[in-house]
Design a protein around this ligand. Structure first.
Ligand code: SAH
Length: 381
């Protein structure tokens, strides 16, 4: 059942100060509440022992603090962990943890489904249900930290968060911005700015609006070097074609080699993987501080595309490098549990269709770890 009460996690620590000031509470009280919620992971106001009893009772009666419940957790052979999470009104979304040598990246969703309908993406095939609230985005961090803590052994806490799960973050900008504030606020989770990355399919007018409000890494899903191909892969391209997108990115203030734009480029066999594509990509990005993450397509039942053969991937990477493009290959992670890029579709566990499964859990690109840097939700500085 949906809880009609407001959720404390809809307010970043700064906004919570303002909100609770309306009830006559001083800023340090709001900070204490935030410290319990995010620093210590305590969600029951009655357990916030440094608040006086009356305030604890009042908070417990007037507010809710949880937004998501864990429905199921699936662990990949490579350590990637995907959880299905349920909202108060019964919608299901997914979040993915990707442990790597030096970091643990959490990939969060911003919408239930996605309206953009990119032709190779499993989430796009779901259609769109609704935006997530700030609390529902923030709670993905809370729930997944618990999943990590409960998984036994010496597990590191979440070190990086990428907004690369289900949905288009820039179509849900106010909630995304407020959630980033909670992630980065010292009384929130305290993530450093460069440890948070927001990815967009290219909603041009909203990009500067995001970056004016919060300091995050920007990732852009490019996937094609001609408008004809990009129109087919990312229908949003009809509104914001390549030249418009790249011009807008060039105008962003503060870009440098240390603060580049990250581009995602999903390689689809025979569609966007030619040497001519590599050359055009280099030309498109010329003079723009950028890093390209190449992701061989992760297959799933709803898309007719396939990843290119290893030699084709290598040829593409080589051509890009020769043209001076900084490029990394993302090793597919969690493919055996459909947790890889573009496979998030909140299916019931076990309902995947075997015929479309990759031949091995590590396919399509794990064999080339020398150049690989992680999975869909990782490899940000
Ligand atoms: N809507 C945002 C956030 C999603 S990020 C965006 O488009 O950037 C998820 C990334 O995975 C995007 O770059 C998306 O294009 C990519 N992706 C989607 N389906 C994929 C697939 N089947 N294989 C590999 N990457 C895929």
């Amino acid at each position: 059942m949906s809880d009609p009460r407001p959720n404390l996690k809809d307010f970043s620590p700064g906004a919570l100060r303002e909100r609770l000031a309306r009830d006559g509470l001083p800023a340090y009280r709001a900070d204490q509440v935030a410290g319990w919620l995010y620093g210590r992971g305590v969600e029951d106001p009655r357990a916030m022992t440094d608040l006086d009893r009356g305030l604890r009772e009042r908070l417990a009666e007037e507010w809710t603090t949880r937004a998501l419940e864990v429905v199921s957790v699936e662990r990949s052979t490579d350590g990637t962990t995907k959880a299905a999470l349920r909202t108060g009104d019964g919608a299901v979304l997914e979040a993915v943890l990707i442990p790597e040598e030096e970091r643990t990246t959490l990939c969060v969703s911003t919408q239930v489904g996605c309206p953009l309908a990119c032709s190779f993406c499993a989430t796009g095939a779901l259609g769109f249900t609704r935006n997530l609230s700030t609390a529902e985005i923030v709670d993905q961090v809370c729930r997944m930290r618990e999943v990590l803590a409960g998984s036994g052994g010496a597990v590191r806490d979440v070190t990086n968060v990428v907004y690369m799960g289900m949905g288009e973050p820039l179509l849900n900008l106010p909630a995304v911005v407020e959630s980033v504030r909670t992630l980065q606020h010292p009384k929130g989770f305290g993530f450093a700015p460069r440890r948070v990355t927001v990815s967009t399919a290219g909603l041009v007018p909203k990009i500067p609006v995001l970056l004016e409000q919060v300091p995050v890494n920007l990732a852009v899903s490019l996937h094609a070097t001609t408008d004809a191909v990009r129109d087919e892969l990312v229908p949003l391209n009809a509104r914001f074609p390549l030249a418009v997108l790249l011009d807008a990115l060039r105008e962003l203030p503060g870009l440098s080699r240390r603060r580049p734009v990250f581009f995602e480029y999903t390689l689809l066999a025979g569609v966007n993987d030619s040497v001519a594509d590599a050359r055009r990509l280099a030309k498109l990005l010329h003079g723009l501080p950028s890093k390209v993450n190449v992701i061989p397509m992760n297959p799933h039942p709803d898309a007719a595309y396939a990843p290119p053969a290893d030699e084709v991937v290598d040829r593409f990477l080589g051509a890009l490098a020769r043209h001076g493009v900084t490029v990394t290959l993302r090793r597919s992670r969690g493919a055996d549990i459909d947790a890889a890029c573009g496979q998030l579709a909140a299916r019931e566990p076990g309902s995947r269709r075997a015929a479309h499964r990759p031949k091995s859990p590590e396919q399509p690109c794990s064999t080339r770890s020398a150049t690989s840097t992680g999975s869909c939700a990782s490899s940000r500085p």
